[in-house]
Design a protein around this ligand. Structure first.
Ligand code: HEM
Length: 175
């Protein structure tokens, strides 16, 4: 009896640990239980790979072009088809590579690309809002949206340069 109880406790403990570690019990062709690890596909695949990213970027750029809060930043880009195509291609490659896809981003780093534009936090937030609204239109899942924003969000520090007139600590006292 004691042995059966001990075995039962070990079995329950194993099941709890297995489930919390994302291990599922399945049966092989002979009906014997086997354990396998659940592996999430890379974000790139869950987004629908390159074709879907190109479609999302197209719609996103169109949405930004119609957004009165920030479209002044893109006036020159939108009026030059070659420049617009290159910008879109760079955005696609950045997202594709960031999501673990087989692309290489060959554009400028984020600091250089946005230097001197005077982008404020409000502008950045407006652009993120447009992106989320586009992702919703394409029915991209909440988890995938979260992961994508987790990749793009940290770029904010290199893109936003106008902090609203606050003087950085290093410049206090002037030099
Ligand atoms: C996470 C947010 C952002 C990402 C990932 C991003 C990404 C990029 C990329 C990849 C480029 C192209 C760089 C190159 O061609 O070498 C670019 C350029 C540019 N970005 Fe952003 N950007 C972001 C936020 C913003 C914001 C908030 C604004 C303004 C409201 C903005 C305005 C521009 C403009 C005007 C260009 C130049 C486009 C051109 O080449 O004509 N970006 N950005």
């Amino acid at each position: 009896m004691r042995r059966i109880l001990t075995l039962a406790v070990i079995l329950v403990a194993f099941m709890v640990v297995s489930l919390s570690a994302g291990v599922v019990m399945a049966k092989d062709s002979t009906g014997k239980p086997m354990t396998m690890m659940m592996k999430k596909k890379p974000l790139y695949d869950r987004l629908g790979q390159k074709k879907a990213i190109v479609a999302v970027v197209d719609a996103f750029v169109a949405q930004v072009a119609g957004d009165k809060r920030i479209n002044k930043f893109f006036a020159k880009t939108a009026s030059d088809p070659k420049r617009l195509a290159k910008f879109k291609m760079h955005l696609v490659d950045l997202i594709c590579a960031g999501a673990g896809g087989p692309c290489k981003y060959t554009g400028k780093d984020m600091k250089t690309a946005h230097a001197g534009m005077g982008i404020k936090t409000a502008d950045f937030n407006a652009l993120v809002e447009d992106l989320v609204s586009t992702l919703n239109k394409f029915k991209v899942g909440k988890e995938e949206q979260k992961e994508l924003l987790g990749i793009l969000g940290p770029m904010k520090k290199d893109i936003v340069e106008n902090t609203g007139g606050r003087v950085p600590m290093t410049q206090k006292g002037g030099y």
